[in-house]
Design a protein around this ligand. Structure first.
Ligand code: PMP
Length: 423
């Protein structure tokens, strides 16, 4: 029972674990965009295991690929040859622009970003890393320092040489959607707080944990240029934005008209299996050529088989176009709700990566944290699970499996409307 699981969790699992709801939900089964609790109750899943179940819970094509490989060989490491990891690396880079052709497989987003920062430092010979306030890049000792939210920082030293620029947040930032003005702050940061030469710049192309915050227009192209002029490389953290979710493109950075030097990916890459990757250019990868580097599970055959199946499904089921179409419909309907409910301060995002920010007052933008929790709780009771985020915990994060339909979108909005009316 849920009560027994709660008791076990309390006794045997880390006290730092948390759940989103006053009354936690127990999930025992998943089918595409639906989850089922231990009593057989169905929920519409609009958070996809924190943006991870990309193509659907237990998608038949992914299951088939996993089961087939699982029956054949589960693990050896890369000290032996195996076709899965090699063919997967080719198929993944076939879907990347420019000269992004070399893959390092790891197991989580944090590891991928650790690796990217290491590559940036080895390749450039510089140390200083540029990051954004409100960013989230992981929980390892290395990545914690890049995070720009106090929520995720532990009280301990977190590496040196991380500099956080003003966040180019169109809703809460001081310069609205004027990317050039935020970029000027980055120029000040480089000249004022670093030796003038940097290792790199890391940013999500839409901030995820930070509350689905798109970067102001024109920001990334301007900052990529100044980072490269300062000798650094540009890292795109596509852990949440990759694999078609943002609609119309495979990668979030493509919406911003930039090509990074290093791309990190996790979450949606394996539809829930522990898989992550760093993709970079042969020139940057060469900085590791004379050094040994090893990752026991990275690109494990079963995970690689799942990753390959995700790529096939995204292409075959036209997920990029689907995310764009359903996302546009959902955005339009959420904006309709915003016109009805004053508490909705902002509706934003693209494709199936959307955010709804609740505020007590549209002018002061005071976060409506308690109301956000209350609406999430009553939506859960009405059968819809969403995520929550933002520095103030007042943003709904709507990032469902990419099979989410127009009908699902309508149901979610109707339920949100009913929950907001109950406030
Ligand atoms: N980058 C981003 C953008 C993320 O959202 C996350 C996880 N929320 C990570 C990195 C870290 O990934 P993981 O939890 O797999 O280490």
């Amino acid at each position: 029972s849920a009560e027994e699981v709660i008791a076990l969790r309390k006794q045997y699992l880390s006290p730092s674990l948390f759940w989103h709801f006053k009354k936690p939900v127990m999930i025992v089964e998943g089918k595409m965009q639906y989850l089922f609790d231990e009593k057989g109750r169905r929920y519409l899943d609009a958070f996809a295991g924190i943006v991870t179940v990309s193509v659907g819970h237990c998608h038949p094509a992914v299951n088939e690929a996993i089961n087939k490989q699982n029956a054949l060989l589960q693990h050896t490491t890369t000290i032996y040859l195996n076709n899965q990891i090699a063919e997967y690396a080719k198929e993944l880079t076939d879907r990347m622009p420019g000269n992004l052709k070399v893959v390092y497989f790891v197991n989580s987003g944090s590891e991928a970003n650790d690796m990217a920062i290491m590559l940036a430092r080895l390749y450039t010979g510089n140390w200083d890393m540029l990051c954004l306030r409100n960013a989230y890049h992981g929980m390892s000792i290395g990545t914690m320092g890049t995070c720009g939210q106090h929520t995720w920082k532990q009280p301990m030293p977190q590496g040196f040489g991380y500099h956080h620029a003003l966040n180019p947040d169109p809703y809460r930032g001081p310069y609205g959607d004027d990317g050039a003005r935020y970029a000027a702050d980055m120029a000040d940061l480089i000249s004022g707080a670093t030796p003038g030469r940097v290792a790199g710049f890391i940013a999500e192309t839409i901030q995820g944990v930070g509350g689905t915050v798109p970067l102001a227009t024109g920001y990334l192209p301007a900052v990529y240029k100044m980072v490269r002029e300062a000798g650094g490389v540009c890292i795109a953290d596509e852990v949440q934005t990759g694999f078609g979710r943002t609609g119309g493109h495979y990668w979030g950075f493509q919406r911003q008209g930039v090509i990074p030097d290093i791309v990190t990916m996790a979450k949606g890459i394996g539809n829930g299996l522990p898989l992550a990757a760093v993709v970079t250019t042969p020139e940057i990868a060469a900085s590791m050529a004379s050094r040994l580097h090893f990752n026991t599970y990275g690109g494990n055959p079963v995970c690689s088989a799942a990753g390959r199946a995700v790529l096939r499904v995204v292409d075959k089921e036209h997920r990029q176009a689907h995310c764009a179409a359903v996302g546009e419909h959902l955005l339009r309907r959420l904006r309709g709700l915003q016109a009805k409910h004053d508490i909705i301060g902002d509706v934003r995002g693209t494709g199936l990566m959307l955010g709804v920010e609740l505020v007590k007052n549209r002018t002061t933008k005071e976060p409506a944290k308690a109301e956000t929790a209350a609406v999430m709780e009553s939506m859960k009771d009405m059968g819809v699970l969403m995520g929550k985020g933002g520095l103030h915990g007042n943003v709904f994060r709507i990032k469902p499996p990419m099979c989410f339909s127009h009908q699902d979108a309508d149901f979610l909005v109707d339920v949100m409307d009913a929950a907001l009316c109950k406030l």
